[in-house]
Design a protein around this ligand. Structure first.
Ligand SMILES: Nc1ncnc2c1ncn2[C@@H]1O[C@H](COP(=O)(O)OP(=O)(O)O)[C@@H](O)[C@H]1O
Ligand SMILES: O=C(CO)[C@H](O)[C@H](O)COP(=O)(O)O
Length: 421
């Protein structure tokens, strides 16, 4: 949870008349409860209200707007009247490859939806597996559903979250091949990220003491929120989010989409955020080392030395980008005796995947990457930054704001500015 202020910083020392803008990150570990929690929807809802309670009471009255980011392609099938889930949420990295042949038969070749983990595959998989509730169902993404709990208007999303269900952000509409399907009635209406939808619901506002005019605005995906937080505005600037996964976003003047490699382009105003998300990243590190050990071992690494170890670190079977292969097997052997060498090999192997990813974006026609900012938990690892700089052959630095929640707060600010017009 992060506040942005109209004074341009994220400190919460408040001046008279100042307003604050609240961003909540429901990224992979941002606002998740424990791993063993099975009822995701209940857990997210509880966490949302715990976060509202965590906002210091004296600040609640001056919060002008709220926005939320969530994991991309985390799909909820809900009752269109009550908003209650009709099915368990299908998480961002789940693959519904049973629906892939059908989706491939209706979508253009190599379209972003042609991946088992796309929102559209999840929708089609659900549609084909149930007999009841089809008429009353609606589709929302994780961030949309949480925002609905705050503003009460069902069936609204943003064009970033809608990308993987097939929304075309260039045409600003769902394509005809999608609208002609029987399940198109489930699709939410689409707004730009940071669009004010409504004021905070009366009961929540009075219970928690928020202001009467507190606006709830559309959100975005977690890695776009991390990009926004880094405030990179020129084509050629990129953000690598080293969280549980490794997500890459490069600001480009040209749009590139190719499901064969898990590459897609999100719209960012009049430009494109080209990239993809690999399943490598911090989750696999956490399977092997504690965060404390990671820090200690990293200190002993000489980042100027090339590691001869060639791994493909994945937490489980399956990769999305730069190789889209749901059957890819993790490669983390041979494990050397020295844990420092082992970690060095893993960090360097992840850096090689990152380098391959940026190389691929260039080959597919995106603007050439010039500089990489890092967000997420891995951003604090200076040795890793040095390794990545050597392997990528590019300047790499930690973003000034590494929290995706800050990007969501910037969207809340954008929404509040629209309200003020
Ligand atoms: N010193 C470190 N070096 C590299 N990675 C780290 C370090 N400390 C934590 N991490 C990784 O950061 C990840 C958490 O980052 P975060 O941005 O919170 O992830 P998420 O995508 O889940 O929101 C963990 O998976 C952990 O392995
Ligand atoms: O891997 C993820 C989980 O942290 C990201 O949510 C995700 O897949 C990246 O998607 P997008 O590029 O659509 O934001």
């Amino acid at each position: 949870m992060v506040f942005a202020s109209n004074e341009g910083n994220s400190e919460v020392g408040v001046q008279v008349g100042e307003r604050l803008y609240l961003g909540l990150d429901f990224g992979t570990s941002g606002a998740r409860k424990r791993k063993e929690t099975v009822d995701w929807a209940r857990s997210w809802k509880q966490t949302l209200f715990l976060l509202l309670e965590d906002v210091p009471f004296h600040l609640r009255q001056i919060i002008a707007s709220i926005s939320i980011d969530g994991t991309s392609a985390t799909t909820m099938i809900i009752d269109s009247t009550t908003g209650e889930p009709l099915w368990r949420p299908l998480l961002y990295n789940e693959s519904c490859s049973d629906a892939l042949p059908v989706v491939k038969s209706i979508a253009p070749e190599n379209h972003t939806v042609c991946s088992g983990s796309s929102t559209l595959c999840k929708l089609v998989s659900w549609w084909n597996s149930v007999d009841s509730n089809k008429e009353s169902a609606a589709l929302l993404h994780q961030a949309d559903w949480l925002l609905w709990l705050l503003h009460g208007n069902l069936r609204v999303t943003d064009y970033n979250n809608a990308l993987k269900v097939g929304y075309d952000p260039e045409l600003d509409s769902y394509p005809l091949w999608l609208l002609s399907q029987p399940y198109s009635q489930l699709l939410p209406s689409v707004k730009a990220p940071g669009t004010p939808i409504s004021v905070l619901k009366e009961d929540i506002r009075t219970q928690y003491g928020f202001a009467k005019d507190c606006a709830v605005c559309t959100g975005t995906t977690d890695s776009i929120a991390a990009f926004l937080a880094a405030r990179a505005t020129k084509p050629g600037k990129a953000v690598t989010s080293l969280g549980s996964t490794l997500a890459i976003k490069l600001l480009s003047t040209s749009r590139v989409d190719d499901a064969r490699y898990g590459v897609y382009s999100h719209r960012l105003d009049d430009k494109w955020l080209v990239g993809g998300a690999s399943n490598t990243g911090g989750a696999v590190l956490r399977q092997i080392f504690t965060d404390e050990l990671l820090e200690n071992l990293s200190e002993q690494i000489n980042p100027m030395k090339t590691s001869p170890l060639d791994f493909y670190p994945l937490p489980t079977v399956g990769e999305r980008f730069p190789i889209a292969d749901p059957k890819m097997v993790p490669r983390l052997h041979p494990r050397p005796e020295s844990d420092v060498e082992y970690l060095h090999g893993i960090l360097e192997s992840i850096a090689r995947i990152e380098a391959k990813a940026y190389g691929l974006l260039k080959d597919l026609g995106a603007t050439q990457v010039e500089e990489v900012f890092t967000a997420g938990g891995g951003a604090k690892n200076e040795k890793w930054t040095k390794i990545r700089e050597r392997v990528l052959g590019l300047p790499v630095s930690r973003a000034i704001q590494t929290e995706a929640a800050y990007g969501a707060a910037l969207l809340a600010l954008k929404g509040a500015q629209q309200c003020a017009r």
